[in-house]
Ligand binder design. Structure first.
Ligand code: CUA
Length: 187
């Protein structure tokens, strides 16, 4: 190899290196632009599905009238739980659900912002007046779970507790046969 050849080789190497450095910079810039776009877009766009309700009319008509609160076994075997939070209690105060069943919790607030947290699970959602919160849940273990309000809602907040009782699937199905909305209030 002559001196000229090796000089030529170094030239090519330098050029290739510059080219790939440029490609790397372009990739990094593109990723930064994408991240910024996704962040701004998500922060400025509404959620794909927002359900609203009139908190002053909850008790008069619609999904959250008192007779419709509690747990219901749907035709497809899933369970829907409807509940409301108000200063300073949940209705129903004791929610009964079956184990090993997909459960949809639908809840809202009648007054101020409350929160539903089911201890020992990842169920944790805010109840905002005017909006319906929906959360999917599933329990593998039967027993009682505490359900404190987890959003400060004025002076009675500390005393705002509910309970979730998970019972055997067959027992729940048996109780559901009678129809209506199930709860474990007073049981
Ligand atoms: Cu309701 Cu805190």
């Amino acid at each position: 190899m002559t001196a000229e050849d090796s000089h030529h080789g170094a030239d090519i190497a330098a050029r290739v290196e510059r080219r790939w450095a440029t490609v790397a910079v372009i990739i990094i810039v593109m990723m930064a632009v994408l991240a910024a776009f996704a962040g701004i877009h998500r922060a400025t766009m509404p959620q794909p599905r927002v359900e609203t309700t009139d908190p002053s009319r909850l008790h008069l008509s619609g999904e959250f009238v008192e007779s419709n609160l509690g747990s219901v076994l749907e035709a497809n075997g899933a369970v829907t739980v409807r509940a409301i939070g108000q200063q300073y209690s949940f209705t129903p105060a004791c929610i009964v659900v079956p184990s090993d069943t997909p459960i949809t919790l639908r809840a809202t607030s009648a007054d101020v912002v409350h929160g539903i947290l089911i201890q020992g699970t990842n169920v944790n959602t805010m109840l905002v007046p005017g909006y319906i919160s929906e959360q999917l849940m599933r329990f593998t273990r039967t027993g009682d779970y505490l359900m404190p309000c987890q959003e400060f809602c004025s002076f009675g907040h500390e005393g705002m507790w509910g309970k979730v009782r998970v019972i055997d699937k067959a027992e729940f199905a048996n109780r559901a046969k009678a129809g209506g909305r199930l709860s474990c209030v007073g049981q």
